[in-house]
Design a protein around this ligand. Structure first.
Ligand SMILES: [Ca+2]
Ligand SMILES: [Ca+2]
Ligand SMILES: [Ca+2]
Ligand SMILES: [Ca+2]
Length: 282
C-alpha cells in the first residue's frame, strides 16, 4: 500500500513538473497599447492592444511602417520583435530606431524643443531609461547590436518630426556615458501572419505585408522587477511598446529552484524503489 501511495505521489510530482515546464517555456506576447493617438489601416485581434494594423496618428499608414508586436521569453530572456517595417533597409530614407528599456517606471516623454522638424538630442536624465539595445545600423548591412546600460548623461536622439513627439526618443547616440554589457548579432526571418501565430503564439491578425521577426538576448540586463520596452522608426512613424510584469518574471523559478525540485523528485523515486522491495504495510 505504501509502495502504491509513493508511486502515485511520484507520478503526480513528475506530471506537475512537466506541466509547469511547458507552461513556462517559450515566449509570451508582451505588447501593450502604445498610449499614443493612432491611425489604423487594419485590425488588431488582440483586445485593447491596437498595435497591429496601426501606426501613429497622421503618419504613413500601411504594413511597411507597422511595428506589430513584442514577445519575451522568460527562460532565455530574449526579446522578439514582429514588424511590418523591414529593419534591414531604409523605407523612404528612414531606418529602424533603437529599443529603449525602463525598469523602474520612471520614463517620461522628453520635451521637444520648439524648433520644428529635425533631429534633436535629449539627456537621458530627462527621459529615465536604464538600458538600450543599440542596433548597429542594420539598414547599411550591419547586423550587430549592443546591450547598453545607460546613465543620466547618456544622449538620446529624437525622431525627425514634431508631430511624432510622443514616439521620442528614437535612437541612442552612443558615447562614453554608456556601458556596453554584451553584444550580439541579430538575424531577421520573415513569417506569414499564420507562422507568427504558430511559431510565437502571437495573433497579429491579417494586415498584409511581410512580418520581419528579430530577437535580442537580454540576459545581461537586470529585468527581475519587470520592464517596459519602446521601439520606433527614426521618424517616429509607429511606436511599439511592450511591458514585462514583475510577477511574470518572478513566476519562472531560478535554476537553483529547479535543481531542488529534481532532487526532491529523485528522493521520491528512491523511496519508491526501496519500498518496492519491502513488505507491504496493511
Ligand atoms: Ca498609437
Ligand atoms: Ca503598429
Ligand atoms: Ca527608468
Ligand atoms: Ca503604435
Amino acid at each position: 500500500m505504501k509502495t502504491k501511495t509513493c508511486q502515485i505521489l511520484s507520478v503526480s510530482l513528475i506530471a506537475c513538473a512537466i506541466t509547469n515546464f511547458s507552461a513556462q517555456a517559450g515566449s509570451v506576447d508582451i505588447t501593450v497599447n502604445d498610449g499614443s493617438p493612432s491611425s489604423n489601416y487594419g485590425t488588431d485581434p488582440r483586445p485593447g492592444i491596437g498595435e497591429s494594423g496601426e501606426v501613429e496618428a497622421n503618419c504613413v499608414s500601411n504594413a511597411s511602417w507597422d511595428l506589430r508586436a513584442m514577445a519575451f521569453d522568460l527562460t532565455t530572456h530574449k526579446l522578439t520583435v514582429v514588424s511590418g517595417f523591414n529593419p534591414l533597409t531604409l523605407n523612404d530614407g528612414i531606418g529602424i530606431g533603437d529599443v529603449f528599456i525602463d525598469i523602474n517606471n520612471s520614463f517620461t516623454v522628453p520635451s521637444r524643443p520648439n524648433l520644428g522638424n529635425g533631429y534633436f538630442n535629449y539627456s537621458n536624465s530627462a527621459v529615465g531609461y536604464e538600458y538600450a539595445i543599440d542596433l548597429i545600423d542594420p539598414s547599411n548591412g550591419g547586423l550587430g547590436y549592443n546591450i547598453v546600460a545607460l546613465s543620466a548623461g547618456s544622449t538620446l536622439q529624437s525622431g525627425g518630426y514634431t508631430q511624432n513627439a510622443l514616439s521620442d526618443p528614437a535612437r541612442l547616440v552612443a558615447s562614453n556615458a554608456d556601458n556596453i554589457l554584451s553584444s550580439g548579432v541579430f538575424a531577421v526571418t520573415t513569417k506569414t501572419d499564420a507562422q507568427v501565430l504558430a511559431d510565437l503564439g502571437i495573433n497579429v491578425g491579417t494586415n498584409g505585408g511581410t512580418n520581419y521577426v528579430f530577437s535580442f538576448d537580454l540576459s545581461a540586463a537586470s529585468l527581475a522587477n519587470g520592464a517596459t520596452f519602446r521601439l520606433t522608426e527614426t521618424c517616429g512613424n509607429d511606436l511599439l511598446v511592450g511591458h514585462l510584469s514583475a510577477s511574470s518574471v518572478a513566476a519562472v523559478p531560478e535554476t537553483s529552484t529547479w535543481v531542488m525540485g529534481f532532487l526532491a523528485l529523485g528522493a521520491v523515486v528512491f523511496m519508491v524503489r526501496r519500498n518496492a522491495g519491502a513488505p507491504a504495510v496493511a
